[in-house]
Design a binder for this molecule. Structure first.
Ligand code: 13P
Length: 266
């Protein structure tokens, strides 16, 4: 199979780790270690907590560090009486380029509904940022053979009503919930099967061109050791990394695993 034309995206989701001082050190470390060839064929984003964003933005811009700024969540309104929330407009003003939408931790721990995921996705698009829409099944759903049905339902709820151009611009992250933070990553073949299913579902919702353009990431216990195996799969266009993204060295090792020579399966 020929190498994919889609440029991989490797994203680091810091979750609720690293205060703004630690963020400063980590991003500076990334900037010092990262060589132009490391990012020649891959886009990279980091998603720190909200309180770090301004520090991260200033440093990335001042030092021209080749990573895009990302956020982990936002509200779907631009402003208003939503105590504790952060709006997409605020993120856009800080130079945020990618926003995680509907991460399983938001869905499970903070009761984020399919409707809220869909509204947030539209709000992020409205502010010309790229949503990384997260989908994935629980261990029980997987054991019952419901993985595809779950993914199709989540994608349909999130994307229904968007036009093909909007859908083409999205990133979808396939993150099986049982693989997150467990050390029990999916196999590369399982990740490929699920990412291919996501792409086929996009094809049904928005047509073949959108399916060919949309980037599909795998996430769940990604490490520097297993990253290359996922990225070698034809339908895995990048990685969403949690724990292993907190350290600049291990995150860069994962970024380096996306060299194009490794993207074709032998
Ligand atoms: P881990 O890489 O720590 O398993 O986290 C995955 C994840 O949830 C990224 O969004």
């Amino acid at each position: 199979m020929a190498p994919s034309a889609r440029r991989p995206l490797v994203s680091g989701n810091w979750k609720m780790h690293h205060d703004h001082i630690e963020a400063l050190h980590t991003i500076r470390d990334l900037g010092l270690r990262c060589k132009p060839e490391d990012v020649a064929h891959v886009d990279v984003s980091v998603h720190p907590p909200f309180t770090d964003l301004r520090t991260a933005q200033t440093l990335i811009e001042a030092e021209r560090i080749p990573v895009a700024l990302g956020a982990q969540h936002c509200n779907d309104h631009d402003r208003g009486a939503y105590t504790g929330e952060v709006s997409p407009q605020m993120l856009a003003r800080l130079g945020v380029r990618y926003v995680l939408v509907g991460h399983s931790e938001r869905r499970q721990l903070f009761a984020m509904s399919d409707e809220a995921v869909a509204a947030t996705l539209r709000a992020v698009l409205r502010h010309e940022m790229t949503p990384i829409c997260c989908v994935g099944e629980t261990a029980e759903e997987r054991a019952a053979g419901h993985t595809d049905a779950r993914l199709a339902a989540q994608l349909t709820a999130a994307l229904d009503g968007l036009d093909a151009v909007q859908i083409s611009s999205l990133v979808i992250a396939y993150e099986p919930i049982w693989a997150i933070g467990t050390g029990n990553a999916a196999t590369a073949v399982d990740a490929e099967d699920a990412c291919l299913f996501v792409r086929q579902t996009i094809g049904e919702l928005a047509g073949a061109e959108a399916a060919a353009s949309v980037r599909v990431q795998y996430g769940g216990s990604v490490t520097a050791e297993n990253a290359g195996s996922f990225l070698a799969e034809p339908d895995v266009d990048g990685l969403l990394v949690g724990g292993a993204s907190l350290d600049a060295g291990s995150f860069l090792d994962i970024v380096r695993a996306s060299r194009p020579v490794q993207r074709t399966r032998g």
